[in-house]
Design a protein around this ligand. Structure first.
Ligand code: NAD
Length: 292
């Protein structure tokens, strides 16, 4: 090869090698995510996953103290500029409307909604009071509807599409003992996601669902009456329950908040640009195990 041409090729190879070694650009750079239940185990893990990819997050939760702690923790690791909080009860229509307009004011808009705020509270059907039934419906079903409705309004004004991820539950597909109110509310979340996927598609809004199996580590719902009830049903304690869920799964693995966050990242990012109205069960194979 003539000298100049050889030099050019060598130079080009070097540049290529540098490119190969360059870290991938952050895939959520500049995006804004509203995460309800952001002070909880799965919500905070999801917010952190998004922050790692360059997103800004607005954590919304009813628990003001836990919210402040989570925000402090995440701000220290990322930056206070990219973490905001709003104390909000997802069943309070006025609070949801105001939180969604705040996010538009603070960050200039919203690209992602993770609807995740939830409780686990249930009883055998004969002991399920109307109050208990309504509480499940209000937080899980109505709460998911209200926040999605406001996100839809923002997405329409912005006209840049959007992504909604519902953290529902394996119990929205498979029945669980003594939990008819919870299971029914979770099933309604899944069907709401399908309806919203249909309505959102013409404006480029995708709506998908992550169904966790039992996530005992890092989750606050595994305490009190929910834990006692399950422990009583299966005759074991919290560790025994975790071992039971792990052992009956196909993969023999416990599901952790980070596992749900990973699926919630996939579903909110462009990696899943052609998925809507779909469900990812993060269950180590437990849903399949149930139906065999
Ligand atoms: P968590 O208790 O750690 O987090 C839930 C968060 O939601 C809490 O911070 C709580 O304060 C908040 N919250 C509750 N009611 C609220 C309301 N009315 N308004 C605003 N915020 C409210 O529990 P988690 O395990 O992180 O649960 C997150 C979601 O995952 C829930 O929807 C839950 O049903 C679902 N899920 C959890 C499991 C599990 O085993 N942990 C399994 C399947 C599904």
């Amino acid at each position: 090869l003539p000298e100049q041409e050889a030099f050019d090729i060598e130079y080009w190879l070097l540049e290529e090698a540098k490119l190969q070694r360059m870290p991938a650009p952050k895939s959520m750079a500049g995006r804004v995510a509203l995460v309800t239940g952001g002070a909880g185990g799965i919500g905070s893990a999801t917010a952190e996953r998004y922050l790692r990819e360059g997103a800004c997050v607005m954590l919304a939760d009813i628990d003001e103290t836990a919210l402040a702690e989570t925000a402090e923790n995440l701000s220290a690791r990322y930056s206070a500029d990219v973490v905001r909080t709003v104390t909000m009860n997802v069943t309070d229509e006025a609070a949801v409307v105001s939180a969604c307009s705040n996010i538009a004011a603070e960050f200039g808009g919203v690209d992602i909604l993770v609807s995740n705020a939830g409780i686990a509270s249930s009883a055998p059907v004969e002991e399920t009071t109307l109050d208990l039934w309504n509480r499940n419906m209000a937080i899980l079903s109505t709460g998911y509807f209200l926040v999605s409705r406001e996100a839809f309004k923002l997405f329409r004004v912005q006209d840049m599409g959007g992504a909604i991820v519902f953290v529902a539950s394996k119990n929205g597909l498979a029945a669980s003992p003594n939990a008819s109110a919870y299971c029914t509310a979770k099933a309604s979340e899944i069907h709401l996601a399908r309806c919203l996927a249909l309505e959102g598609a013409p404006m480029g809004v995708r709506v998908n669902v992550v169904n966790p199996d039992a996530v005992l580590k890092g989750s606050k719902i595994w305490q009190g009456e929910w834990l006692d009830q399950r422990a009583g049903t299966y005759g074991t304690d919290k560790d025994g329950l975790e071992a039971m869920y792990r052992d009956r799964s196909l993969l023999k693995r416990s599901v952790l908040p980070d596992d749900i966050a990973e699926a919630a990242y996939f579903l909110a990012s462009d990696l899943s640009a052609k998925s809507t109205g779909n469900i990812i069960n993060v269950d180590a194979g437990n849903v399949q195990a149930f139906t065999r």
